[in-house]
Design a protein around this ligand. Structure first.
Ligand code: COS
Length: 384
């Protein structure tokens, strides 16, 4: 395990230190054997492996003994998996995000799904974004119209991670046409519900399962609703309050991997008759990278610890962690590419992979620009 000194910080308990070390060992032993040629198949197999090994038990609450999500564990797991394999991190993260609303607001009936998702036998997804509302959640257009005993959903969702391979979706739709952010509701929708189809699979620079979904007269019974009518916006934001810190943790994992690769490079590569590490300009890069990584870690685990200590909202802390950590990881990875010279951009090398992997994290689960809005409103308003 590379620099693990952060584990002695007071944010953690011994169970977190053990978790991080055990997962690091497991990842080194197991993740190398996963074939990434077929992204869907790799994801399904990673979810199964993570479930069998027990790691997915941390992705959602235990339906038989409901407590709260431990955000420090979620962050440590994402950081560790991202350091080893970006797709493994993605597979873990989607099981948590997809079932986030169920963990936080679900009924015992909704929570039945958690037996399957925590065991890695079923895959979940979070369907919030639409073609005309990504950052502006209050503008969601998908309609959920009362119909007999339940609701009928019509509309589209896009950029849905795990779209096409998920077994169940958490879907946000409009139950009150005039209500703005107060007119949205959340629903749990099994993938095989008639009328729900995959309209398009989307290819991105760091491949993972992604799709645009179409809902045509998707009929749901009333108990499919999570929370009460009109609570959808607050449910979505509460889920993002937890999971934005974990995106920041994944970025931290990518950055640590890039720093480790850069350290290997500068210690072993000779330039102008000496190891690169003796050049002051190289030392300057390494120092900047190390400060970025530690500062990100402090923000990530401050946000996670604050939530775990019972804060009802950590919007500001989570937004700061996501904004800073995803930005710093981009800088750290770019420097690692630079220190590798031509080798840094060869297709298939770790720096090239990380360079592609990191970019989307500044966009999904709230673009950096949205995080700035959240932070500024909180700071100006003097609230959380
Ligand atoms: N927890 C609970 N309630 C929250 C909340 C949170 N984290 N954030 C906001 N709310 C509440 C507000 O308190 C407000 O309630 P009241 O009207 O009762 O006071 C209500 O929700 C509306 O909040 P706000 O006025 O901030 O809504 P905006 O429409 O201005 O939206 C942003 C704010 C832009 C921050 C929000 O739309 C957002 O986060 N967008 C990004 C979405 C995203 O992450 N998309 C990616 C999808 S997943 S890949």
């Amino acid at each position: 395990m590379p620099d693990s000194s952060f584990l002695s910080w007071p944010f953690f308990e011994d169970r977190h230190r053990t978790l991080a070390r055990d997962l690091d060992d497991w990842s080194r032993d197991r993740l190398g054997s996963v074939d990434h040629a077929d992204t869907d198949a790799a994801c399904i197999s990673l979810v199964a492996m993570l479930g069998e090994a027990g790691w997915l038990a941390h992705s959602a609450i235990d339906p038989d003994d409901p407590g709260t999500l431990d955000v420090r564990s979620l962050c440590l797991i994402r950081e560790t998996l991202a350091r080893h394999d970006g797709l493994a991190d993605f597979a873990f993260a989607m099981q948590g995000l997809g079932m986030g609303a169920v963990s936080l607001f679900g009924t015992p009936e909704h929570r039945e799904w958690l037996h399957q998702t925590r065991a890695g036998r079923k895959l979940s997804a979070f369907a919030l974004s639409e073609p005309r509302s990504g950052s502006d959640v209050a503008n969601i257009e998908m309609s959920a119209v009362p119909d007999g005993n339940g609701y009928r959903l019509n509309g589209e969702k896009t950029w849905i991670s795990n779209g096409g391979i998920a077994d169940v979706y958490t879907v946000f739709a409009r139950t009150d046409a005039a209500g703005g952010s107060k007119g949205l509701s959340a629903f749990l929708v099994p993938a095989d519900t008639p009328g729900l189809t995959v309209a398009e699979r989307l290819d991105v620079m760091a491949p993972h399962p992604l799709a645009r979904l179409s809902f045509e007269d998707v009929k749901l019974d009333a108990p499919a609703m999570i929370g009460l009518p009109g609570e959808g916006f607050k449910i979505a934001m509460s889920v993002l309050d937890v999971f934005r810190s974990t995106v920041a943790a994944a970025a931290l994992g990518f950055a640590r991997r890039a720093l480790d690769a850069a350290l290997d490079r500068v210690r072993t590569r000779e330039l102008f008759g000496a190891p690169m590490s003796e050049l002051q300009m190289v030392q300057g890069h390494i120092a900047d990278m190390a400060v970025d990584v530690d500062a990100a870690a402090l923000l990530v685990y401050r946000a996670a610890w604050t939530k775990d200590m019972g804060a009802p909202r950590v919007s500001r802390e989570a937004a700061m962690a996501k904004l800073f950590s995803t930005d710093q990881a981009q800088r750290v990875i770019d420097k690692a590419v630079q220190l590798h010279g031509g080798d840094g951009v060869r297709v298939g090398c770790i720096t090239e992979t990380l360079y592609r992997e990191i970019r989307a994290l500044r966009i999904y689960e709230g673009a950096s620009d949205v995080q700035k809005i959240v932070i500024a409103r909180s700071v100006i308003g003097g609230g959380a």
